[in-house]
Write a protein that binds this ligand. Sequence first.
Ligand SMILES: [Zn+2]
Length: 425
Amino acid sequence: MPRLLEPTLLWDGDRFQRGRRLRIGDDGRIAAVGSPEELPGDPERLAGALVPGLVDAHSHAFQFALRGRAERFGRVRGSFWSWRDAMYDLVESLDADRCHELSLASFSEMVAHGVTAVGEFHYVRHDDAGDHRLDDAVVLAAEDAGIRLVKLVTCYQTSDIGRPLVGAQHRFDTVSVDDYLRRLDAVQARLDGPLQSVGVVAHSVRAVAIEDIVRLHRASLERGLPFHIHVEEVLGEIESCQAAHGCTPMRLLLDHGVVAPNVVAVHCTHSRPEDLRDYAAAGGRVCLCPVTEGNLGDGIADLPTMRECGIPLSVGTDLNSRTDLLEELRWLEYVQRVARRKRGVIVDPDGDTGPELLRIGTEGGAGALGLEAGRLEVGAHADLVLVDHAHPSLAGVEDEALAAALVFSAAAGVVDRVIIGGEDA
Ligand SMILES: [Zn+2]
């Protein structure tokens, strides 16, 4: 059913405007945006500020189960690696029902926080190669939550460069690239509905040999799909790569031509400025997960260099200890302020930080997942969020300050209504 909406305020990508209408077509996409004169008719009047849905570019939904766990520390300091042990215990016990339950918990909470699309980086597979029960559990959970899903099907073959899988990692095993590609096609064929698509993933240079990463990336280009990979989240990965290949993981990807506009490097916590510059020149994207990087004590990414060389950024909730993308955007800027004793690290040419952060959470995420979304413009998916601009946490905020207030001050309860693919979620 076509719909004509008239919100109090509408985000045009740069600022909030009053007196604008938005028409949604039968195909669930935005058909028109204009004034009441340009779009006559009897609209649904929405009290609030209409923004594009937030896009979570990197999630491992099942890790919802780790909330409150892995947060007790003995005499030995906790780290990414001690957290990973707790995650592997969870993996050992994961069956399809539990996977569905945990994925639904993550996805439902995302929608409540105004997240309309998620890139689910799914790397736990099943006990035998022909079985898609865990894939189906994730897809069903997304359908149940009503969220748009880009299922990032993950290739995972080694525990470290040239080393066999150990323990729980056997549940990630994708055997070979040929086997992976068959599985990717099978997963894609099993998707139905306009809210679902797939992407290609090599877990990391630790988990997939570089020759296979090259093949996987080529397959993603041939299929017109996004390609995601964890890059340089922890120093151990860089040390392994230096020992095996004599260079950093990002340099390894660059040297093998595995960088293009469809490539999303997740984290890049310890990436070197010279690598980032070459990565930017080749068109690569970066997804940061500031709440997770804080939780795991990973470190602080070189965001000033990423910004300076124009790398398109997005954010993800990763381990889903929180699923609030506005909080991710807040942390993205605050971590840099604390580390560099400087305010306004992520700013647009006018020196404005709120609109730029909001664009990272919407347009940036859509770009990372290869979705036509993240902007209120003709042809984009009608994935929309109505923000209650009269919410107590936004009381008295003027229109021109609303984007910044939304990122830095809004309580989670400001999301009043969520529309995905033109339908109320
Ligand atoms: Zn991750």
